[in-house]
Ligand binder design. Structure first.
Ligand code: T46
Length: 139
């Protein structure tokens, strides 16, 4: 399970379907590539809300948009990508020092996030120039 150079990648989840409907199962160290210590979810976002605008020093996360849609902007200090999340069977795995922004939430968007660590404010880099300096020091 190698990560591409950008520090994030898309995970495709298996959908288990029978005559009753569909089910997706996510287990730590399997579909989610780490042991999950924290889960949080984002919903009822305000019109035109933008979230994120930070990077993490160590945290690994998988975000799944389980209802509606939203766009993640992912920036590794060199390349900036936009990923539209709009399906339950797809996760966005973010590992390493990636500046992330979230926008274009649909009114009904629900984003669930699995994290490998408990909430720790000291793991956040909230200023873009500090993020660029941090990334360049690591190269
Ligand atoms: C990330 C993106 C995708 C907590 O108390 N515990 C938590 O686990 C989290 C995630 C947040 N909070 C508090 C901290 C703030 O007072 O909830 C408030 C909103 O958090 P924040 O402004 O960081 O939310 P987002 O949507 O900008 O960012 C979140 C995550 O914090 C971040 O790790 O990668 O979602």
């Amino acid at each position: 399970m190698s990560l591409d150079k950008t520090g994030w990648r898309i995970l495709d989840f298996k959908v288990i379907q029978d005559e009753r409907g569909k089910l997706i199962a996510l287990e730590g160290q399997k579909e989610i590539p780490f042991d999950v210590k924290r889960i949080y979810y984002i919903f009822d976002t305000s019109p035109n809300a933008e979230r994120g605008f930070h990077a993490h020093k160590k945290l690994q996360q998988v975000a799944v948009c389980i209802h509606g849609s939203c766009t993640f902007v992912l920036d590794n200090g060199k390349n900036r990508s936009e990923v539209i999340m709009n399906t339950k069977d797809r996760g966005l795995y973010i590992e390493g020092i990636i500046w992330r922004e979230m926008k274009d939430f649909s009114k009904d968007a629900v984003v669930i996030v699995f994290a490998d660590e408990v909430y720790d404010e000291s793991d956040y880099i909230k200023d873009y120039q500090s993020f660029i300096s941090y990334v360049s020091r690591r190269c």
